[in-house]
Design a protein around this ligand. Sequence first.
Ligand SMILES: *[C@@H]1O[C@H](CO)[C@@H](O)[C@H](O)[C@H]1NC(C)=O
Ligand SMILES: *[C@@H]1O[C@H](CO)[C@@H](O)[C@H](O)[C@H]1NC(C)=O
Ligand SMILES: *[C@@H]1O[C@H](CO)[C@@H](O)[C@H](O)[C@H]1NC(C)=O
Ligand SMILES: *[C@@H]1O[C@H](CO)[C@@H](O)[C@H](O)[C@H]1NC(C)=O
Ligand SMILES: *[C@@H]1O[C@H](CO)[C@@H](O)[C@H](O)[C@H]1NC(C)=O
Ligand SMILES: *[C@@H]1O[C@H](CO)[C@@H](O)[C@H](O)[C@H]1NC(C)=O
Ligand SMILES: *[C@@H]1O[C@H](CO)[C@@H](O)[C@H](O)[C@H]1NC(C)=O
Length: 577
Amino acid sequence: MRVPPAAALGSPGSVRLFLTLVCAVVVAVLYILLCYRTRAQPCCRAPGLRGSPATSSVRSFQGYSRVPDGKPLERALCRHCAVVSSSGQMLGSQLGQAIDGQECVLRMNHAPTAGYEQDVGARSTIRVVSHTSVPLLLGNQPYFFQQSQETLYFIWGPAKKMNREKMGSTYQVLLKVMEKYPQLQIYTLTEEKMTYCDDVFQNETGKNRMKSGSFLSTGWFTMILAMELCEQICVFGMVSDSYCREKNHSSVPYHYFEKGRLDECKMYLMHERARRAGHRFMTEKAIFSRWAKRRNIVFNHSSWAGSSGNGNEVFPYSRLRGRARRPPDLKKWGVKSGYLPVCGNKTLTARCHQCVIVTSSSHLLGTHLGAVIDGAECTIRMNDAPTTGYNADVGNKTSFRVVAHSSLYRVLKRPQEFVNKTPETIFIFWGPPIKMQKSLLKIIQRVCTSFPNMTAYVVSPGRMKQFDDLFRGETGKDREKSRSWLSTGWFTMVIAVELCDAVHVYGMVPPSYCGRHPPPRRLPYHYYEPKGPDECTTYIHNERSRRGNHHRFITEKRVFASWAGLYNITFSHPTWT
Ligand SMILES: *[C@@H]1O[C@H](CO)[C@@H](O)[C@H](O)[C@H]1NC(C)=O
Ligand SMILES: *[C@@H]1O[C@H](CO)[C@@H](O)[C@H](O)[C@H]1NC(C)=O
Ligand SMILES: *[C@@H]1O[C@H](CO)[C@@H](O)[C@H](O)[C@H]1NC(C)=O
Ligand SMILES: *[C@@H]1O[C@H](CO)[C@@H](O)[C@H](O)[C@H]1NC(C)=O
Ligand SMILES: *[C@@H]1O[C@H](CO)[C@@H](O)[C@H](O)[C@H]1NC(C)=O
Ligand SMILES: *[C@@H]1O[C@H](CO)[C@@H](O)[C@H](O)[C@H]1NC(C)=O
Ligand SMILES: *[C@@H]1O[C@H](CO)[C@@H](O)[C@H](O)[C@H]1NC(C)=O
């Protein structure tokens, strides 16, 4: 059957139907455009869709029970949420309008809006409140309980304070508030929810919250609630995890409404270091930045630019994972004494701010990281890992190449690839002193004569011993007695720490990777040897073997994990979580 053209539709009813359809299409197109725009923007523009009912089916949220009847929270998801930090960063931000433009606005504790509307907005859909802040709400009842009737309150606290049957002290106070203001909506986090929030902390940091002397912050509970309640979260005023470690960070009050009292970064650093009763504000933020990669979370504070949302999956391993004893300060070893010049007159000095280590792993294949890697100040490669033919994934540049005695021939017999193609490369050869001092040294020198621009160093005998000592200090095992060989990765990591302020490693798997269930997919050990052995098989075999000498690849990675926070080392492709 032929469909008549629109103009041929005569009756007024059909015209109305047609117009309705056109309107629907226009609305749909606008909706798609607006959604696309909000998605494409790194910042949190007001989406302009507040209150529209599109996906508003009511859900039930276990873990939050109403005072006094214990009913679970029931409401529709919020499409766009603003999480408003109480940080002094809010002062002068002029973000009020952007915040109020979000469908739901989440605030913490008793952070006021009155008098700060320009910077923090005026609406409060939800307040997440610590049991310790409940008295502060009581101190301003007209504002919190009379003017803010639409606000939902979520109170968190330890079981002792919050218990309903045993009438915990905070719960009693909440009951009295409800008697006085029966229209209020107050929820408490259930004991199961509190335990769950602890478990999330443990999963993310590897540390038991209580045993590590940590308190969760109201921000932690707020982010967990927001992830359950919101389709998209924009966090305002929260600085990134690394912000306070930067030298030029600004000094603002810890709370925007408590001027001149506490300094935000001082507070964060003090708590992060505290042995007991510390809020791990910085660790929490590092975790939020990881969540942001999986969930629809954006951070409006400029300090997050580059640390999140760049898709690079960079996460500095939490400091909390380190052990109590600090390893020797590798930066104090002294570059000059450790590496003996063989040829060339470039000096080896600690000179790179930012380095990347490009591993030889097949994890790099298909990543298209080439341009990113070449953008780094210094690029470090290992052994005979080539760039030709793999540029798109591993880049072109080689500032340093760390080469094992066993790979020396493979590198030097292809000078077009390794020596001539990148005359800026500095070679660092390592090997047992007995070999390096004689036969192999001569070979290097001979190649240097043919390529006068080549620069090469060998690891000094004294430094070789230091590498062994380091292994013993970090693993508790004597290298020789445990029949272990150090890998080129071990040398490369230490050299990178010596030469660079910050190191980013591409293509190294985390220590737990090969033990995962189900086992990770098979991948060649080297990206340039597609028919070579499987990576995890090689790692596990080496790690377990007792007879003969073996590389302890997995143990080495455990040590790297413990160095990460200390020496500014980050990992991606795959990420270390
Ligand atoms: C933060 O939000 C404001 C208001 O929407 C926007 O103008 C600004 O660009 C955002 N900043 C960042 C870094 O996303
Ligand atoms: C913690 O991690 C385990 C294992 O990955 C997972 O089964 C569990 O659901 C996680 N728990 C929480 C609270 O995230
Ligand atoms: C601190 O310095 C970095 C790099 O030099 C810069 O990107 C950043 O904007 C500075 N931060 C502040 C708060 O000035
Ligand atoms: C050593 O460096 C200087 C300048 O840095 C250069 O002129 C000279 O040619 C170099 N010598 C060798 C042997 O590379
Ligand atoms: C590497 O160099 C080749 C040849 O000069 C070039 O075509 C390619 O775009 C470069 N790759 C990257 C990632 O820069
Ligand atoms: C060595 O480097 C210089 C400049 O850096 C260049 O002019 C010269 O051609 C190079 N020599 C060889 C043999 O590559
Ligand atoms: C860590 O690396 C960053 C650059 O990525 C640098 O600004 C910072 O100073 C480094 N921190 C330490 C402790 O070396």
